[in-house]
Structures are given as structure tokens and as C-alpha cells.
Design a protein around this ligand. Structure first.
Ligand code: CAA
Length: 256
């Protein structure tokens, strides 16, 4: 079986299942490269509107593969290969939803942090334990967590490597929703279905603006929002969406 199983899961929705159960879905470089290949393909596939990434009941992903990390040297080319693999997810213009059950640790939670929405199960365990390995997060954890949860929550968590529950993570703004474990994938797919039914250009514009804005000065971010908003007036879907509202019917969006 491949390390990732890709399956269509509704109109415009693709479900990617991480599949290294023997290692709790530890993110070996080859798994990450395979994930990047899937995401790159889906990024340019017009029929794909939303992607859901999940693991299994025991683990979303237990982090980078510690065996591989133990063998790396400071000038190892795998650092660059790893960066290129993460970039594919960072650059994906389609919304990605993480459906998290079980352990989401280290690079595993950083994978979820690369996504746009995180649906976590009540029994999920989340953590950045790298400090306990004499390491630190290396796939965006220090930066994305501080932006999502603020300095004091981030420091408390990153400096101790403590694990927290999904409910605590929700309180810190580190996940979007917590649902019963057995409902995680279904809930993520329901959100994906809803997003996939909406105007693709508007969805893409919202994702891009939300992600770029926080790193720009507010006047620049607001200008980006205004310009992107204005650009959507060139789309047929904007005309269809507003007209459908006026005519009290469901809009038929085409992604044009
Ligand atoms: N890398 C490689 N193998 C891993 C792994 C990992 N991150 N996590 C678990 N495994 C393997 C175990 O070695 C074990 O394999 P064997 O059966 O062949 O011995 C198998 O998965 C099951 O794991 P456990 O027996 O340990 O399961 P458990 O239920 O007793 O414990 C756990 C679960 C608490 C998640 C524990 O496995 C654990 O602590 N894993 C490591 C978590 C971690 O430190 N992650 C951070 C990695 S560093 C990182 O992520 C940096 C980065 O991206 C930049």
C-alpha cells in the first residue's frame, strides 16, 4: 500500500489518507514528497475544489520520522528536499482541511497548521515535543503557533513540549472545531462539500487574502482585500451569485 491513499469523496472533494500505520504516520521524507506530488496535482486540477487530509484513529501523524532525523547531518540535502515538499502545501490555492484523530505531534501538527481548517476529535492529542529530542519545530510551528495563539500560549507549549487535548487547543485557537472522534472525517467532508459548492474564484481569493494579510502592514493588507474584492467583479460567478439572490434561486457557480 502507498504511504498516502487518495480517494474522491464527493463532488470536487478529494480525501488524502496518510497511511504509515506501523509508524503512527510519521512523516518520512518520502511520505512528504508523495504528499507534495498529490497536492501539486490537485492544485492545478480544475475539478478539485477542496482537499481533506486525515490519518487514522490512532494518529493523524506523530511527527517527522525520528529515525531519519537521527541520521541527518547539518549539510544534509534532505533539509532542502523537505522544504520543497512543505512548499507544495503552502502554495496550494485550494482550501485544505485537516481531519485530526489521535496523535498530531511535532511535524504532524505542523502539517495540520499548514491546512486552512482543522477539525479535531475529542480524543486527539496535540503537541510540539521537539524540545524533548534536543530539537525545535522546523516546519513552521514556532511561527504559525505564535500567530494563532499568541506569545504566552506558544511559549508555554513549545518550551515544555507538553501535549494538550483538542479542547485545550480549541481554547487557544489552534483548531477550528472539536467533534466526537467518530465524526471527524464526516464533519471535515461536510465542510469540504459546502466549500466545494461555492464560487471557486471567491474561495481562492479569500484563502489568498487571509494568508497574505497578517504579514503585511494593515493598510497594505486592507488594500489587498479591496483590490481582490474588486477583481471578483470580473467573474461570471459574481454576476450569477448576486442575480440568484435577487431571483431567490440557488446559484450555479462555474469557476469563471
Ligand atoms: N518517527 C518514527 N517512528 C515513530 C514516530 C516518529 N515520530 N512516532 C512513533 N513511531 C513508531 C514507534 O517507533 C513504534 O514503532 P515500533 O512498533 O516499530 O517500535 C510505532 O510507531 C508505535 O509507536 P509507540 O510504540 O511509541 O506508540 P505509543 O502509543 O506507545 O506512543 C507516541 C505514541 C506518544 C506518539 C510515541 O510514539 C511518540 O512519542 N512518538 C514521537 C513523537 C515525537 O516526538 N514527534 C516529534 C518528532 S520531531 C519533528 O516532528 C520535527 C519536525 O517535524 C520538524
Amino acid at each position: 500500500m502507498p504511504d498516502i491513499i487518495s480517494e474522491p469523496a464527493g463532488e470536487g472533494v478529494i480525501l488524502l489518507r496518510l497511511n504509515r500505520p506501523e509508524a503512527l504516520n510519521a512523516l518520512s521524507l518520502s511520505l512528504r514528497q508523495l504528499l507534495a506530488r498529490h497536492i501539486n496535482e490537485l492544485s492545478t486540477d480544475d475539478t478539485t475544489r477542496c482537499i481533506v487530509i486525515t490519518g487514522n484513529d490512532k494518529a493523524f501523524a506523530a511527527g517527522a520520522d525520528i529515525g531519519e532525523l537521527s541520521r541527518r547531518t547539518v549539510l544534509d540535502a534532505d533539509f532542502e528536499r523537505s522544504r520543497v515538499a512543505w512548499l507544495a502545501i503552502e502554495a496550494c490555492p485550494k482550501p485544505i482541511i485537516a481531519a485530526v484523530n489521535g496523535f498530531a505531534l511535532g511535524g504532524g501538527f505542523e502539517l495540520a497548521l499548514h491546512c486552512d481548517i482543522i477539525v479535531a476529535g475529542e480524543g486527539a492529542t496535540i503537541g510540539q515535543p521537539e524540545v524533548r529530542l534536543g530539537l525545535m519545530p522546523g516546519a513552521g510551528g514556532t511561527q504559525r503557533i505564535v500567530r494563532a495563539a499568541g506569545k504566552f500560549a506558544a511559549m508555554r507549549w513549545l518550551l515544555t513540549g507538553d501535549r494538550i487535548s483538542a479542547t485545550e487547543a480549541l481554547g487557544l485557537g489552534l483548531v477550528s472545531e472539536v467533534v466526537p472522534d467518530q465524526d471527524v472525517v464526516a464533519r471535515a467532508l461536510a465542510l469540504a462539500d459546502k466549500i466545494a459548492s461555492l464560487a471557486p474564484l471567491a474561495v481562492r481569493a479569500i484563502k489568498e487574502t487571509v494568508l497574505l494579510g497578517p504579514d503585511a502592514p494593515l493598510p497594505v493588507a486592507l488594500a489587498l482585500e479591496r483590490k481582490t474584492f474588486q477583481l471578483l467583479f470580473a467573474s461570471e460567478d459574481r454576476a450569477e451569485g448576486t442575480q440568484a439572490f435577487i431571483e431567490r434561486r440557488q446559484p450555479q457557480f462555474k469557476g469563471k
